[in-house]
Structure formats: structure tokens, C-alpha cells
Write a protein that binds this ligand. Structure first.
Ligand SMILES: Nc1ncnc2c1ncn2[C@@H]1O[C@H](COP(=O)(O)OP(=O)(O)O)[C@@H](O)[C@H]1O
Ligand SMILES: [Mg+2]
Length: 373
């Protein structure tokens, strides 16, 4: 009989639900023998509660409608099996139901649902973790900003201090130079005049000789005081401006060093801001000291130029050159301006200083200031 070969459970029943026939698969599915099942009504295989909620639709089946439903059938041992039931009429008040055991499918669905839930849970967990991490990052960024701000403020305070130190130093130099020039200079001149008139009025030879020596010493003193005042701070820088001061300084330097210096200036305003004039002057001084000390140059040129609001200073020698990065990385141990000190000073004044040097060819120092409009 075809019914017996089917893997689905099959049973037939009448319009009252009395079971008329069953196949072997259904017996296996529900754990009853055939004889036991033939004594049951199909309502016995469904829980009362389910029956109340989903009654068996005998009318529709009787009217020839095919009905597919999901139910849970009670096995003989009291456990329930999920099934899919397809019911239809065979004719003559006989109904047939084909029962498919869907517990495997339900289990698979359940497993998928659980996997899905698990995935969802992990996504949630991960999202929370990310939120935590991003919160931590945000806190760290705020902390860093705070540190940066502190560093920036410290740096500003340090620069301001350096600027004030530099200004105070120049001021003090100016005071001493002025003092040397005005007080010492005048008194030395008076001394000189006195000595000279003594020489004329005194006729005695030994006294004249001694006076001559005193005059010589006084001369040297005058010269020394003059040079000292000059080196401290050339008053001409304040009185007559950068170009005159530089020209005088460079002439003197060329004489002393026996190295020719070309000085070119172009487009310069009558006076620049005092601190910039001082800085440029000091840069020239230090650069020429370096050339004398280190370069072994045959010629030097100094170019000072202004184009609109940009002032540039170029000091070029044809000496032996040096390894610039090496010097930039060296510690700021020895004072005096030095290259590092020069650059620091220029930067504090809002300018930039660059050094280019090629061994065997020479060294060029570039300084640039943008003047405030
Ligand atoms: N014009 C130059 N030609 C050759 N070498 C130079 C020149 N200027 C600087 N240097 C090199 O750079 C070094 C650093 O110069 P600087 O900072 O002024 O320190 P210092 O003059 O006290 O040695 C010098 O020791 C020298 O080796
Ligand atoms: Mg030096």
C-alpha cells in the first residue's frame, strides 16, 4: 500500500474526528501502535488549549478545501512534536491528513535564531566597547589639547622673557656705551688738554719727556674707551641708523681683517623698527666674527634690501664652509650670539634665519623680516 511507503505520517478520519486508518510513519512519529491509534479521535492528539485556540475546521474540509496548518501533536509519552499538517477530503465523509514532522526544521530555525541573537548581542557588546574607546580617545584628546595649551603658554612666556632679556641687555649696553663716550671721553679729553698745556709751559726736558709718555698713554686710553663703547653698542646705530652703522662697522672690519667687503643696500626705509635694526646689526657682527674666526675667506659681501614690507639681509663669504646640520644639532652651550643664538634672536623678533654652506665654496646667511604694515 502506497500509504505505507510514505515518510510523512498519514491518517484518515471521519467528520467526527474518529481515526479510520493510519500509516506506519505516523505510528513511529507518535509512539503508538496502529491498533491504539485506531481507537483515538484526532482531538486526542492535540492539547485542549491548542484545540480551543485553533479548532479543527471540519466544515471547510468537508466543503472540499485543502487546509495546511502547523500544530503540535501529543505523543504517547506525553511529549509534543511540531508538525505541518495538510488536510483534505477523500470523499464520502472521509478526511485525510498528511503529517510532516518539522522538529528538525524547527530546531534549525531555533539554532539560526539563537545564532542571530548571539550575533546581535556581540554587535551590541562591540558597539558599547567602541563607544567606550571613543569616549576614552575623546578624553585623551582633551587632555592633550590641555597639555599643548600649557606648553604653548610656557613657550610664549619663555619667548617673552627672552625678548625682555635681549632688550634689557641692549639697553644696558647702550647706557654703558653712552656713559663711556660722554663721561670718560670728555674727562680724557680734558686730561689730554691739561697735559698738552703743561708740556708747553714746562721748559724742563725730563718733565717734557714724561709728559710725552703720559700723553701717549692717554691717547691709548681715549682709543680704548672709544673702541669699547663702539663694541658695546655703536651709538651711531641709534643716532644715524642701520646703514651708516653697518658701513662704518664693515669698513673697520675690512681694514682689520684685510678682507675686502662689498656692501650693497637697496630700497631701505630711512629707519626700521629699533629692535630689528639692532638684531640685523648683531647678526652682521656675529657673522663677520665667524668669517674671521672660521672661514678663511677671500671676500665677503653683505646685501641689505627692502621690498615693500620685506627686509632681507644676506651675508656671503667664499671661505671653506661647514656642515650646517651638525651645528644646528649642537647643544647651546657656548654663549655669545653664535649661529643658534642669532637664529633664536631673529625668530623672537618675528623673522627667519637660514644658513647655507658648501664645503670649499662658502657660506651664506639669509635673514628675513616682514615688517608690520
Ligand atoms: N662663515 C663660516 N665659515 C665656516 N665655518 C663657519 C662659519 N660660520 C660658522 N662656522 C662654523 O660653525 C660653527 C658654529 O659657529 P658659532 O655658532 O658662531 O659658534 P663659534 O663661532 O663660537 O664656534 C663654527 O665653530 C664653525 O665651525
Ligand atoms: Mg661664532
Amino acid at each position: 500500500m502506497l500509504m505505507e511507503q510514505a515518510s510523512d505520517g498519514i491518517h484518515t478520519y471521519d467528520m467526527q474526528g474518529n481515526i479510520l486508518d493510519v500509516n506506519f510513519s505516523l505510528c513511529e512519529m507518535l509512539g503508538y501502535s496502529r491498533e491504539e491509534l485506531l481507537l483515538l479521535n484526532i482531538r486526542d492528539l492535540v492539547s485542549a488549549e491548542e484545540l480551543a485556540r485553533f479548532p479543527i475546521r471540519f466544515d471547510d474540509l468537508g466543503a472540499g478545501r485543502k487546509i495546511i496548518s502547523e500544530r503540535r501533536l501529543r505523543r504517547k509519552d506525553g511529549t509534543f512534536t511540531p508538525v505541518e499538517i495538510s488536510g483534505n477530503i477523500l470523499g464520502d465523509g472521509v478526511l485525510q491528513a498528511i503529517v510532516r514532522d518539522v522538529s528538525e526544521r524547527k530546531r534549525a530555525e531555533e539554532a539560526i535564531r539563537r545564532a542571530h541573537d548571539e550575533l546581535e548581542r556581540r554587535v551590541e557588546e562591540r558597539t558599547a566597547e567602541l563607544a567606550r574607546t571613543s569616549e576614552e580617545l575623546r578624553a585623551e584628546i582633551i587632555e592633550r589639547k590641555r597639555i599643548e595649551e600649557t606648553l604653548r603658554k610656557n613657550e610664549e612666556a619663555r619667548n617673552e622673557l627672552l625678548r625682555q632679556l635681549g632688550a634689557a641687555q641692549e639697553q644696558e649696553r647702550w647706557r654703558i656705551a653712552r656713559e663711556l663716550h660722554d663721561q670718560m671721553g670728555q674727562r680724557l679729553s680734558a686730561l689730554m688738554l691739561g697735559l698738552k698745556s703743561l708740556t708747553i709751559s714746562s721748559g724742563q726736558q725730563p718733565a717734557v719727556e714724561q709728559l710725552g709718555q703720559l700723553i701717549e698713554i692717554t691717547n691709548q686710553l681715549v682709543e680704548g674707551v672709544h673702541t669699547l663703547a663702539w663694541e658695546l653698542r655703536p651709538l651711531v646705530l641709534d643716532d644715524l641708523g642701520l646703514i651708516t652703522a653697518l658701513r662704518t662697522y664693515l669698513d673697520e672690519w675690512a681694514n682689520r681683517a684685510k678682507i675686502p667687503v662689498g656692501f650693497f643696500d637697496q630700497g631701505l626705509a630711512d629707519r626700521l623698527p629699533a629692535d630689528i635694526e639692532t638684531t640685523l646689526y648683531r647678526v652682521v657682527q656675529e657673522s663677520l666674527t665667524n668669517i674671521l674666526k672660521h672661514a678663511d675667506a677671500k671676500g665677503v659681501s653683505v646685501i641689505l634690501e627692502q621690498r615693500e614690507n620685506n627686509v632681507s639681509l644676506i651675508i656671503e663669504d667664499d671661505g671653506k664652509g661647514f656642515d650646517v646640520p651638525n651645528v644646528w644639532c649642537a647643544p647651546l652651550k657656548d654663549r655669545g650670539l653664535g649661529l643658534l643664538g642669532m637664529r633664536e634672536r631673529v625668530m623672537l623678533g618675528g623673522g627667519s634665519l637660514n644658513v647655507e654652506s658648501t664645503p670649499g665654496v662658502g657660506t651664506t646667511i639669509f635673514v628675513r623680516f616682514a615688517l608690520a604694515k
